[in-house]
Write a protein that binds this ligand. Structure first.
Ligand code: SAM
Length: 293
């Protein structure tokens, strides 16, 4: 019987393909079950075997007994056939990418598809994912969101892709590299409108992790203000169109942030209402929301 109820039992089922999430920075995020599965399977299909060996070297309680095979964007179809043959012979296989959850902007989907088509058993060993981690610390209301992965790398294709997302309901979640984050923010601002709030989540779970929220038309200045703001790995979340606050709210929030550091909520709301010329009850609601955040 599969040990789904027991996270650390060495539990792999003959012929099972295990899709295992690995850390996006902090090695402590490799789950006990991921460790157990990686130590137990016959084969480990890794996006880059060197990266995965490094992970094993650091996670010193994982002693893999399985052999490794490389599975990347260029050989996924061919390796898929090999992996299906292994599974059909009763072997157990773990699928990992360099970081995070395989098949999410990473190789893996074609192998899972092939294994399922062949009637194989596929099990999720869930864990780190940069998009979900960023959403969880964004503070945005997230009843609906669209995961967009990486936008196209060339300017015109990127702008057309953004155009198609303009009317999408809910927040939009993007992956971006440090080389393109400035252009990407520029195109998002022009394509979606500068008033939409954006959350820039960098280096999550790592030493220089930061999460910054501002309007899209303020993001370029924030990136330009400090070279560190442009370093590392990024998740960008653009808030839902309907939830973009009015310019007056953004100004009031900015004033409230300063006041709340010094004053109780009601006093801060009173002063902010006077300074910004907004209704006192409205300023109080904004202050309460900020306090909760
Ligand atoms: N499969 C991975 C996952 O589950 O998140 C994503 C792989 S994708 C090739 C890599 C991208 O994920 C990076 O370019 C960046 O946009 C995002 N990413 C990965 N680690 C991150 C981190 N620690 N902080 C912020 N973004 C990260």
């Amino acid at each position: 019987m599969h040990g789904r109820d027991d996270p650390v039992r060495l539990a792999v089922e003959a012929g099972g393909l295990y899709v295992v999430a690995t850390p996006i920075g902090n090695l402590g995020d490799l789950s006990p079950r991921a460790r157990a599965v990686l130590g137990a399977v016959d084969w480990i299909a890794a996006e880059d075997t060197r990266v995965t060996r490094k992970l094993f070297a650091h996670a010193n309680d994982v002693v893999p007994r399985g052999r490794m095979l490389a599975l990347h964007a260029h050989n996924e179809r061919a390796q898929g056939e090999r992996i299906v043959a292994l599974l059909q012979s009763g072997a157990t296989v773990a699928l990992v990418s360099d970081a995070g959850t395989p098949a999410i902007s990473d190789p893996g989907a074609a192998v899972v598809h092939a294994a399922r088509d062949a009637g194989g058993k596929v099990f999720a060993v869930p864990g780190p994912n940069a998009a979900i981690a960023a959403l969880s610390v964004s503070g945005l209301a997230l009843d609906t969101f669209t995961f967009c992965g990486f936008l196209p790398s060339t300017g015109s294709a990127r702008r057309s892709a953004i155009e198609t997302l303009r009317g999408a309901p809910g927040a939009l979640v993007f992956y971006e590299s440090p080389h393109r984050v400035v252009e990407c923010i520029d195109d998002l601002c022009n394509g979606l409108g500068g008033a939409r709030p954006v959350v820039i989540a960098r280096e999550l779970t790592k030493l220089f992790e930061s999460v910054h929220r501002c309007r899209l038309d303020e993001a370029a200045a924030w990136l330009a203000a400090d070279a560190d703001h442009r370093r590392g790995e990024f998740v960008l979340i653009v808030d839902a169109p309907g939830q973009a606050p009015a310019a007056a709210d953004i100004e009031t929030e900015r004033v409230l942030v300063e006041l709340l550091a010094e004053l109780p909520v009601s006093r801060a709301a009173h002063v902010a209402a006077r300074v910004c010329g907004v209704d006192r009850a409205h300023a109080y609601r904004l202050a309460l929301a900020l306090k909760k955040r």
